[in-house]
Design a protein around this ligand. Sequence first.
Ligand SMILES: Cc1ncc(COP(=O)(O)O)c(C=O)c1O
Length: 412
Amino acid sequence: MPYDIDLIRSEFPSLAVTDDNQARVYFDNPGGTQICQRSIDRMNDYLVRANTNTHGPFITSRLTDHLIEETHEALADFVGASDPGEIVFGQNMTTLTLHLSRSIGRTLGPEDEVVVTRMDHDANISPWLLMARDAGCTVRWIDFDPSTYRYDLASIDAAITSKTKLVAVNYASNAIGTVNDVAMVVERAHAVGALVYVDAVQFAPHFLTDVNAINCDFLTCSAYKFYGPHQGLVWGRRELLESLEPYKVRPADNTLPSRFETGTQSHEGMAATLGAIDHFEWIGATMGGGGETRRDRLTSGFKVMAEYEKDLCQHLVDGLLAIPGVTVHGLTASEDMSDRVPTVGIVKAGEHPDAMAEKLAAANIFVWPGHYYAIEVIERLGLTDAGGMLRIGLGQYNTREEVDALLNVLDS
Ligand SMILES: Cc1ncc(COP(=O)(O)O)c(C=O)c1O
């Protein structure tokens, strides 16, 4: 079966919600997607049948332990890792990154350097700036070219030196949508013995992540951006997670992944995250080529979904470029569509992004104006004083008709 958009949409109950009989158009996906039915079902089931704390001798606790194990296994498959102990859950990407930066910072000193980029969301910048401040490290920056929307390779060469200990890099931008060649950055960082921390929050909803292919040391993403609940996770190499000192309480288990999963976790969140993985697997099994293992099914699911999103993104970009006064800040050529996620930042001459978002909201079309914490991107594009950009973020359930409705409002 080819990608069946009606079937996909039927898996998202919130898509049927209307306001005064007006349908909702969710283009606010980069800020958080709608949740799929499988996530809701898994969460409900956990809360009804298994809700309690861990490591007890009774049935609910055993079910909870089992769920936690199952979810770590599923998420290891999701990021392409083989060791479920390398998956650490937490409240969100920001909290997990601040948490890990504290442990990594203990290994650094004034002679060391840390590299961050101008294309990142601040959640992959500020934790490292704070860490560098506390450890007395020097901070260097990787820049991007505001005319090509790609990393400036010369600035990568200049930023990564023999003193670099950590490079924090983004896989896909939450503002301009570029998918970066992180494997190349990892190669350069590893050549000088530096670790690489990859922010895959905006990549993971659109393409299947493979930590082995990019060979990074840490990779983080958030389930609420890929049709799951509000929860974050980070994958890290076992030897690193075992050698770093976790900031934890004394009685807490010191083995992986528990040593970094502080306090009582959101078990219902884990259940719902597992449901989101089930959902991608279901796409692969029904609309993709299927496959024997969960990873195979995820691979085929992401393949058909990415093709659909690519076409839809091209349709959006072409429509935007045809509107007088609109500038798309990001890759627009058809040959570049595979190098971007369908998150499109625009400005329109004479219109403030806030006003455009209000106008779209009046038509029940949801988009974000502003900087969405990508403050360095907006500054680099010279758009800070102009109120940033309007961000239109497509997801797996959006349609051409919805895109056309948005284009009509923007063209009016
Ligand atoms: C690229 C990117 N990184 C990090 C974050 C922060 O994620 P969280 O809300 O899970 O902390 C976001 C959120 O929008 C993001 O888009």
